[in-house]
Design a protein around this ligand. Structure first.
Ligand SMILES: [Zn+2]
Ligand SMILES: [Zn+2]
Length: 460
């Protein structure tokens, strides 16, 4: 632990927000000496040194780094806690205190002040490596009261057992934070929630998807959030009826109230075709595939709407009713029931292809009342007029949804909000920011969610 805070390299405001104090059972720690609002940058500090922290750490490498420090820095280093008294003291201190420079980085850094911050699995602050300034920053994750200990999370595996093993193995202590002290049953619930969060995080953060189809990454968000409740609902055809909808042919209507997150339908395709065929190829392929279906299925196919005129009847029906399967758009398919669901630019349901079951699923994205039509979004890019032209060309109808029926002024405002959302989605998805400036990315995410809420409110 550092003996004199004067020589600390922390980039501090004139009156620091924290002070070093002895914490019962944990040696020293940092404590807030004023109320700190959520989002505040509490500390920004350059490392004493960094080092590739391989498992078979060479004592000499640490020793050489410590030797190259100025005398007061050496004192700061040797003042830090050592959980490995049987090891070489220099590498013991490094092992106890080094924080990775960025998520998953093999390089660890040691800091005079930041290394005093204790761990909590339910920490009130966040540490983040800033590559541009080569320093580690600490931000408050929630409001912190004066007198409260400032904590960060050294490692965050989802389950209690995994965290325990990692904290003992990598940092040499047993955690007794509020989360780890929960009674067994509550702890298991917390483990389940954290596992879910990690899954969600992996979905949104998958680098290749973030880069190639940011919209898709985000579209998983509501689905994923809601699927915790969806799991408890069993699929039942009693949730909807197929009915005639004025001006739209047939559609699906909620039979009773359906709560947000419910999976209302999960269905295998009637026909599934690669997404790159010419009209001639498509017609021939459909004629062949239809022969393989039974009479009922063939009747189902021919009962579907065709908004294309001209000689390619099978292709016309198929194109009018088909939807993409999966994120790579390599296949399109039609479904016995799902193909009846009509479009809205402000849909109340979401469709998603499940690769492992080979089924398209429909989830409700907000509460529905009995009698309400179930809608999904066939296209959501561009302004209202771009969407309308696309829907007319590919599906042969004029959209008269809540958004498209707005007055010109309101529709323009809606277009502007949607444009802003897609601009934010693109920025959000820049990989550099996702890996190095997560705070900024999250500010964008928050704006996106606010705008999405506005999009919904303004049309209702
Ligand atoms: Zn803990
Ligand atoms: Zn519309």
């Amino acid at each position: 632990m550092s003996s004199d805070t004067h020589s600390s390299h922390a980039d501090e405001s004139p009156s620091p927000l924290y002070e070093k104090r002895s914490i019962p059972g944990k040696g020293n720690g940092l404590v807030a000496c004023a109320d700190i609002p959520e989002g505040t940058r509490i500390l920004c500090e350059k490392p004493l040194f960094t080092l590739v922290s391989a498992a078979n750490m060479v004592d000499n490498a640490v020793l050489a780094k410590v030797r190259s420090l100025a005398k007061d820095q050496q004192r700061q280093y040797l003042g830090l806690h050592n959980n490995y008294p049987n090891n070489n003291i220099f590498s013991g201190i490094f092992k106890t205190n080094a924080l990775p420079c960025g998520p998953g980085s093999p390089i660890g850094g040691v800091y005079p002040t930041i290394c005093l911050i204790n761990h909590s699995c339910d920490s009130n602050s966040h540490h983040s490596w800033n590559d541009t300034t080569s320093s580690e920053t600490i931000h408050a994750l929630r409001d912190i009261k004066a007198g409260e200990e400032i904590t960060i999370c050294y490692t965050d595996p989802e389950t209690y057992q995994a965290r325990r093993a990692e904290l003992r193995g990598s940092f040499g202590f047993d955690c007794d934070c509020s989360l780890c002290s929960l009674p067994l049953e509550k702890r298991q619930k917390s483990d389940a929630r954290r596992t879910r969060i990690a899954q969600l995080d992996a979905d949104i953060g998958d680098p290749s998807r973030v880069m190639n189809s940011p919209g898709q990454g985000l579209s998983r968000l509501p689905r994923n959030v809601s699927s915790t409740t969806a799991a408890s609902h069993t699929m039942s055809s009693s949730l909807y009826d197929v009915r005639k909808i004025p001006g739209k042919g047939r559609g699906l209507v909620a039979r009773s109230a359906i709560s947000e997150g419910t999976r209302i339908l999960s269905e295998k395709p009637l026909l599934m075709i690669p997404n790159n065929m010419s009209n001639e190829q498509l017609e021939a392929r459909l004629a062949r595939d239809l022969k393989a279906l039974d009479k009922t299925q063939q009747r189902q196919f021919f009962s579907l709407h065709n908004s294309y005129t001209g000689k390619y009847v099978l292709g016309g029906i198929f194109k009018t009713n088909s939807m993409a399967c999966g994120s790579d758009l390599s296949a399109i398919a039609i479904f016995p029931t799902i193909s009846f669901i009509n479009h809205s630019c402000l849909p109340n349901s979401h469709y998603n292809w499940n690769d492992s079951t080979g089924m398209q699923t429909i989830h409700v994205t907000r509460d529905l009342s009995a009698g309400e039509e179930i809608s999904i979004c066939y296209t959501d890019s561009g302004s209202a007029s771009v969407r309308q032209a696309y829907l007319k060309k590919h599906f042969g109808f004029d959209c008269s949804c809540a958004i498209c029926s707005l007055s010109a002024t309101h529709r323009n405002a809606s277009d502007a909000r949607r444009e802003e959302i897609s601009r934010l989605q693109d920025t959000f998805a820049e990989t550099d920011r996702a890996s190095f400036k997560p705070e900024e990315a999250f500010i964008d995410l928050r704006k996106i969610v606010e705008l999405l809420n506005k999009v919904r409110d303004h049309a209702e």
